[in-house]
Design a protein around this ligand. Structure first.
Ligand code: 13P
Length: 283
């Protein structure tokens, strides 16, 4: 299969009342695992990588690996740049075969955020790729989370409407009480705000910081316009826990064995989220 523009997956989910899980991937094992889980559960899925991962494997190499692996699977999937930090990064990912890009200028002044996303849309349109923007700051739970702003500010529905209209983006990441990382206390999602955001923007909305969201809250958020749910920390936690217990127990010293065991734990996380979002059986 070939990667699809993320907007295709999201518009079906938005209309169908389910969410598409967006899983963090960083190497061939994680890409293959995600595609395999999606194929087995007949679920649409998004593979996302961000600037933090590119210091080791760049977007060109990662995209080449993803495209090569994708040719072995019959799945509906998008390859997405998560939290793209510059327009150059966006351009590189598009040239490398990403079918979707996020430009995260949420920490910049509103007009700069608008201008950046407007240009990202211009860059993406020739290849039909999707563009995600973020308005309002989505913070992080603690300092060990790689992603997330230092603080959170909730997304304003009227500003979101203007942002969508002036940029032409396909999907909007919203700040409604969600945060990146492993929640130390349960999030209190602002569902009234989310309903207003759905009303004012009319485009699929994105929930960053999916890990740890209570299932009932997740279902409610999806019913109010969330069409994409980002999950990273739970995958990391599963892998870290498995590797640590394997190595601390002194049972083996062979990295591939530890990795294989860890990926089995990660697979359980992927399956859980494919079911939680209602994506199973939708592709
Ligand atoms: P979590 O790490 O909290 O799952 O969030 C992931 C995310 O939103 C990536 O952008």
């Amino acid at each position: 299969m070939k990667f699809l523009p993320m907007a295709e997956l999201l518009s079906r989910a938005y209309k169908g009342g389910y969410g598409v899980p967006s899983f963090f991937v960083w190497n061939s094992e994680s890409i293959e695992l995600t595609l395999r889980a999606a194929a087995r559960l007949k679920a649409p899925v998004i593979l996302m990588t961000g600037p933090w991962e590119f210091s080791f494997t760049g977007p060109r190499e990662l995209a080449a690996v993803a495209h090569a692996l994708a040719s072995h699977f019959d799945v509906q999937a998008a390859l997405h740049l998560d939290h793209g930090d510059t327009l150059e990064r966006v351009a590189t990912c598009l040239a490398s075969g990403y079918s979707s890009v996020m430009l995260d200028y949420s920490t910049r002044p509103f007009d700069e955020n608008v201008e950046g996303l407007r240009r990202a849309v211009e860059l993406a349109r020739p290849s039909g790729a999707t563009v995600e923007g973020e308005l309002g700051l989505i913070g992080k739970v603690d300092d060990i989370s790689a992603e997330g702003a230092e603080e959170s500010t909730l997304t304003d529905p009227a500003m979101a409407a203007e942002f969508v209209q002036r940029t032409g983006i396909d999907a909007l990441a919203v700040s409604i009480g969600n945060a990146h990382g492993a929640y130390t206390h349960l999030p209190r999602l602002d569902f009234d705000r989310l309903a207003k955001l759905r009303e004012s923007t009319g485009i699929p909305l994105v929930l960053h910081g999916g890990s740890g969201t209570p299932p009932d809250d997740l279902r409610k958020a999806i019913s109010l316009g969330i069409a994409k749910v980002n999950v990273a920390t739970e995958i990391m936690t599963a892998i870290r826990g498995s590797v640590m217990s394997d190595w601390q127990g002194g049972r083996n010293m062979w990295v591939p064995f530890a990795q294989a065991a860890a990926m089995q734990e990660a697979e359980k996380v992927l399956e859980k989220w494919i079911h939680l979002t209602g994506a199973a059986g939708r592709a």
